[in-house]
Design a protein around this ligand. Structure first.
Ligand SMILES: Cc1ncc(COP(=O)(O)O)c(C=O)c1O
Length: 468
């Protein structure tokens, strides 16, 4: 083989070394921002450098700034790892370098994505004929779904938003819970629907939208309306009462969008699917592959029940060099806002084929069971309180019922390196936020991490350390 490609063997070796280090390396980074800038910042040369040295230096210099989020004890934000088969498929995606925005430049990967879309619908229990687009993450999934929503509610009001834009259009009201994720608001902003015009509806103690409050809000506006519900609140993991929300939307002709960045995957588990009751009657669903399905970044999925609205909102205007493909070849550009892009649906194909329906259910159930176990261990300690109802994979923890002690504990846990988690503010109180979605996590990791949290809480001046 051409020796210029020897660098690929180096990459495979370096990848294996990094993966082998994941179970025991400190979970957080060990270098400061200044140190990383000093290590990685170099003079750009005129003549370029040897590729093998470039790669070796890159791996060595980046190493202390790498976070072991693909390892077994990373519980920060909601970040999954990468299943080996998904990672390997992702390497092929980069190697093949197929532009999967279109069938012509990426025939095989377009068909792989077509199949992956069918399997996503199957595993998540979505309508068999819904539109599916593979986007960079849930942020762009919201953008795509709300783009379809904007198209449909304005079409129903006699307005063609794709050709006419929003100037002079009937007002579109967006309604969301007061705990809605920032990315829903960003999507509304990008679509010209106005960040501050999103109407916020009150939520209960777990962050679930209160249907009566939604009903009151909906009654105030008769025109085009988009309701954004949540399956898996970003802090508590709670589910909005989707059945009632969908019914309200149906009664008033509103579009119902579901943010299921991670929570939609509960639909894959027969024992957890009931949390989502009614979700399959919604109009659109945004979720991620790079969270609970454990495929590498970047991978989000937008699904829209009315495939024609989805396509109308995303597809290209006539373009002289793009062949017509009505009803024939699969073209990614019809379903996502992007034109050229990598074949990010390929790792989804590999992961779903590897796991099968039962494997996805097991992955979801395992993480939920570990979350319940972590919550039980922590709640058994004096001074540590689990403040949410742990229905899924999210655990919200408070130390000594005190913001300062909670934040000090988070800092200590991060510094200790056994596991990594972050903080948040939930219903006005500081909380430690533990999120379990990684495929490599095992019971021993949960126990080691619970021990580290308990130790840190004790050092933060609480009586934690003796069981009740
Ligand atoms: C509920 C929820 N919605 C949306 C997002 C945004 O997802 P992404 O970061 O993939 O854009 C997240 C990310 O954590 C989330 O938890």
């Amino acid at each position: 083989m051409d020796p210029r490609y020897d660098v690929l063997d180096d990459a495979a070796r370096l990848a294996r070394e990094f993966i082998a280090s994941l179970p025991e390396r400190p979970v957080g980074e060990t270098a400061t921002l200044e140190e990383l800038r000093a290590r990685l910042g170099r003079e750009l040369t005129d003549r370029g450098e040897d590729p093998r040295s470039v790669l070796a230096d890159l791996a060595r210099d980046a190493d202390p700034g790498l976070v072991a989020s693909a390892g077994p004890r990373y519980f920060g934000f909601v970040i999954g790892g990468s299943l080996p088969v998904a990672l390997a498929a992702d390497w092929l995606v980069s190697t093949w370098d197929q532009n999967t925005g279109g069938y012509a430049p990426g025939p095989a990967t377009s068909v792989v994505e077509e199949v992956a879309a069918t399997w996503v619908r199957d595993v998540l229990g979505l309508p068999a004929d819904c539109g599916v687009g593979f986007v960079t993450g849930c942020q762009m999934a919201h953008f795509t779904c709300l783009g379809a929503a904007r198209h449909a509610v304005l079409r129903d009001a006699g307005w063609d938003v794709e050709s006419q834009g929003l100037q002079g259009a009937p007002e579109v009201r967006v309604i969301a819970g007061d705990q809605t994720h920032a990315t829903v608001l960003i999507a509304a902003r990008l679509l010209g629907l106005g960040l501050d015009r999103v109407r916020k509806v009150a939520t209960d103690d777990e962050g679930r939208m209160i249907p009566a409050a939604l009903e009151r809000e909906m009654a105030e506006h008769d025109g085009p309306t988009i309701v954004c519900a949540q399956a898996g609140e970003v802090n508590s993991g709670a589910f909005d009462p989707l059945e009632e929300i969908v019914d309200l939307c149906r009664a008033r002709g509103a579009w119902c969008h579901v943010d299921g960045a991670f929570g939609l995957w509960a639909a894959a588990s027969p024992s957890r699917r009931a949390l989502l009751r009614g979700y399959e009657r919604a109009d659109s669903w945004a979720t991620d592959g790079h969270k609970w399905l454990n495929v590498p970044y970047d991978c989000g999925i937008a699904a829209v029940a009315d495939a024609s609205a989805h396509r109308a909102a995303m597809t290209l205007p006539d373009s002289p060099y793009i062949p017509a493909h009505e009803g024939g070849e699969p073209w990614g550009v019809d379903w996502t806002p992007e034109f050229s892009r990598r074949a990010r649906g390929v790792p989804v194909y590999a992961a779903l084929r590897y796991l099968g329906r039962d494997g996805v259910a097991d992955l979801v159930d395992r993480c939920c069971d570990y979350a319940a176990w972590m919550a039980e261990r922590l709640a058994a300690q004096d001074g540590i309180e689990v403040v949410n109802d742990v229905v899924l994979n999210q655990i919200l923890v408070r130390v000594n019922d005190d913001d300062e002690a909670t934040n000090a504990t988070i800092e200590r846990v991060q510094g200790d390196g056994t596991c990594w988690l972050s903080g948040s503010v939930f219903k006005g109180r500081a909380v430690m936020r533990v999120s379990i979605v990684g495929w490599p996590t095992e019971e021993e990791d949960v126990d080691r991490s619970a021990d580290a949290i308990i130790r840190a809480a004790a050092q933060a001046g609480t009586p934690a350390g003796h069981s009740r």
